[in-house]
Design a protein around this ligand. Structure first.
Ligand code: ATP
Length: 239
């Protein structure tokens, strides 16, 4: 049951009242691959992820995960299709202990030996969470909260993980740690859809990327191509 499946998104549009945040966006996350979406503040990256998850009203031509049509699947049911979501700003439950936050991520699963094994895997991947399992999540640093948010999503055993700006507000050293986590998840066969303002991190973590501007695809290509593109280097890498 480890087989990864492809996510296919065709003709995705998001409106907030009169504001068009995403316009006719199409992309795919092939099985087992990591795909990046980069763009400036307000380009429509968060709206894209939320629309895939069904968290904002959307119009979409095709939204499919493997054989499953997701266009009518409610956000709450996504996790049952093995799709995980790590929201922007982490949204951990600050008043609950670290371990309780993790267990909440497994709410769709039975509490059994398998769930315990997943918890052990999460603590193995993020030793600091194990050390702080009894502490309130609100007492963790920003980087630790980001690890917790990722760990919580992993508790549901996703095959595809959608991540919204995991590097936000983190020091360069912690961004390196996030990169290491993303590369490890890839090596374990997870598919990733990574939305980021940090283009450098994204190019290192993914095989190909979309560049979005004003809700539309401005450029797309392999991450290796894009990181050498003069325009991308100037606008998104500040080089
Ligand atoms: P950020 O990096 O700030 O998250 P983003 O690329 O993720 O930016 P979105 O958050 O998707 O961009 O926003 C895209 C556009 O939609 C922006 O113009 C934003 O102001 C607008 N927008 C986002 N959410 C809403 C909302 N709930 N109501 C109205 N407009 C919104």
């Amino acid at each position: 049951t480890k087989t990864a499946q492809a996510l296919t998104v065709e003709g995705l549009t998001v409106h907030y009242g009169g504001v068009c945040a995403v316009r006719d966006l199409s992309f795919a996350v092939p099985a087992g691959e990591a795909i990046g979406v980069i763009g400036a503040n307000g380009a429509g990256k968060t709206s894209t992820l939320k629309a895939v998850m069904g968290l904002v009203p959307r119009k979409v031509g095709t939204l499919r995960y493997g054989d499953v049509d997701l266009s009518r699947v409610h956000a709450r049911a996504m996790v049952r299709h093995r799709i995980g979501y790590v929201p922007e700003g982490r949204h951990v439950f600050a008043g609950l202990p670290v371990e309780k936050n993790l267990l909440l991520g497994a709410y769709v699963r039975k509490w059994n030996a398998e769930t315990r094994a997943t918890l052990a895997e999460v603590y193995e991947m993020f030793p600091v969470l194990g050390e702080m399992r009894g502490r309130l999540a609100g007492a963790l640093s920003g980087g630790q909260q980001q690890m917790l948010a990722i760990g919580r999503a992993l508790m549901a055993r996703p095959r595809l993980l959608l991540l919204d700006e995991p590097s936000m507000g983190l020091s360069p050293k912690l961004v390196e740690e996030i990169l290491a986590v993303l590369l490890r998840l890839r090596s374990e066969g997870l598919s990733l859809l990574l939305v980021e303002q940090n283009a450098k991190l994204t190019f290192e973590a993914t095989s190909s990327c979309l560049v979005v501007e004003n809700g539309e695809v401005a450029m797309r290509g392999t991450s290796a191509q894009l990181r050498h593109d003069p325009q991308v280097r100037r606008i998104y890498l500040g080089l």
